[in-house]
Design a protein around this ligand. Structure first.
Ligand code: MG
Length: 440
């Protein structure tokens, strides 16, 4: 009805009378049974209704029947997996960030399960909204990790149901292969240089990442000097054309200390300086960016589009580094990437989790125009080698192929889990010379 017709028919008054009657329960049978029926009626029409009987195209209706979790040990840390089962016999897989109190993440996933059983898993945005909005208070580390793992599994099911890889549902491919980098090992400059050379020779990486030397017991000048020596040694070992990311891991709080470090490593042309200061204060990051001539990268400790909005709009960074197992999942990361794209920033996903997280990232990267490079660790040994039936293996040019199977295109190797008992872990704490703890 057009607005003028609505008004001519006394629509506002009629609508107001109807609303008042509904609020008073008028028109419903009186008495306890009547009130029960009224309550039941009040729940009708809430939530997403089946579209055309629940069919999506030619794919039949689908309902979530169960959500399983796996907590497995991977060396000194755990990996948290989500497996969503459906009445169509299909299952979806996801990975939640290993936050430390990983049993808590499992409990949150189990709670969300009571909200999600019976829902069509392919309505990914709707189910994200259901979890996010009903939680009401913005999720912290544990809740955001739980939502992310569940969201991945919904996407896996959406792809499997449609018979296409997830990237095909995210806008298709924007590239033919996915560029990766791996972090080097080694303490001394010589060890770091040898590790860098070996990784480039073995996997053909076009980029690497390294950390700095800044134990709290070290004087500031010494930490700057030794960090610069490490970067210099790696640069000399790999030559001028391999990109080197330098991860400060938020070991500094003060902007001017980060400026001093940046000036010390600038001669070696780093690809970026990562988490150069703590991640909470975007004004401080902006101030830093105005005083250094190295691109800045940050974001692994931030999550959600609202927090990233502030970070991205600060224009302090050249690279944002959301973690797809923590930031809220694939759609949330696509939204973060779109905001970054509009500010001329690239996305370099933080990806220290398992090969399943890598697979999820590859679909994001395949479909995202301002993707730059993916953090990666070649699955050549230990849990990383065994946890998937066919983990994505980097080719000799440092790139990953884009899977073309339905869903993520990878499956968990559940038989191997019996050899991977979970461990209790927390981040190591570093102490300054005076005994006070500092961030690691
Ligand atoms: Mg980092």
């Amino acid at each position: 009805m057009k607005r003028r017709h609505f008004l001519a028919a006394g629509g506002w008054m009629a609508a107001a009378r109807m609303s008042t009657a509904q609020q008073n329960g008028e028109g419903q049978p009186s008495g306890p049974r009547g009130r029960t029926r009224a309550r039941e009626a009040s729940t009708e029409g809430k939530g997403l209704q089946p579209l055309d009987g629940g069919k999506i195209g030619n794919a039949p209706a689908m309902k979530i029947t169960d959500i399983k979790t796996f907590l497995i040990g991977a060396g000194g840390r755990n990996w948290v997996y989500v497996k969503i089962l459906t009445d169509q016999g299909l299952h979806g897989l996801g990975e939640a960030y290993s936050a430390g109190p990983d049993e808590a993440t499992i409990k949150v996933i189990e709670d969300f399960k009571t909200w999600l059983v019976g829902q069509d898993p392919r309505n990914v945005q709707y189910l994200f909204d259901l979890m996010y909005n009903t939680t009401r208070f913005p999720g912290g580390l544990v809740v955001s990790a739980a939502i992310s793992g569940i969201e991945h599994a919904l996407w896996d099911l959406a792809g499997k149901s449609a018979g296409v890889p997830v990237w095909a549902l995210l806008g298709g491919r924007t590239r033919n292969k996915i560029r990766t980098y791996q972090s080097i090992g080694g303490n001394t400059p010589e060890e770091a240089a040898a590790s860098a050379k070996q990784l480039v020779e073995t996997f053909g990486y076009t980029a690497l990442k390294m950390s700095i030397m800044a134990p709290g017991t070290m004087s500031f000048n010494q930490s700057i000097r030794e960090s610069a020596a490490r970067v210099a040694a790696v640069r000399q070992a790999v030559g001028p054309d391999i990109d080197i990311g330098v991860d400060v891991h938020t070991k500094f709080v003060e902007v001017q200390r980060a400026v001093r470090l940046a000036r010390a490593i600038e001669p070696y042309d780093p690809m970026w300086m990562e988490e150069p200061i703590r991640p909470e204060n975007f004004d401080a990051m902006k101030k830093l960016s105005e005083q250094v001539r190295i691109p800045l990268a940050s974001g692994e400790s931030n999550y959600g589009k609202y927090e990233f909005k502030e970070l991205i709009e600060s224009q302090a960074l050249d690279y944002v580094q959301p973690d797809i197992c923590l930031c809220g999942g694939v759609l949330e990361m696509k939204k973060i990437a779109a905001m970054a794209e509009a500010q001329y920033m690239l996305v370099a996903p933080h990806n220290p989790m398992s090969p399943l997280g890598t697979a999820v990232n590859v679909h994001f990267a395949a479909s995202t125009p301002n993707f730059h490079i993916l953090e990666y660790a070649a699955p050549v040994s230990g849990a990383r080698k065994d946890v998937l039936k066919e983990p994505l293996m980097v080719k000799k040019d440092g790139y990953l192929e884009i899977p073309n199977k339905p869903g993520w295109g990878v499956e968990l190797n559940e038989e191997a889990f019996q050899h991977m008992p979970p461990v209790r872990w927390k981040r190591g704490t570093n102490f300054r010379s005076d005994g006070s703890p500092y961030f690691q």
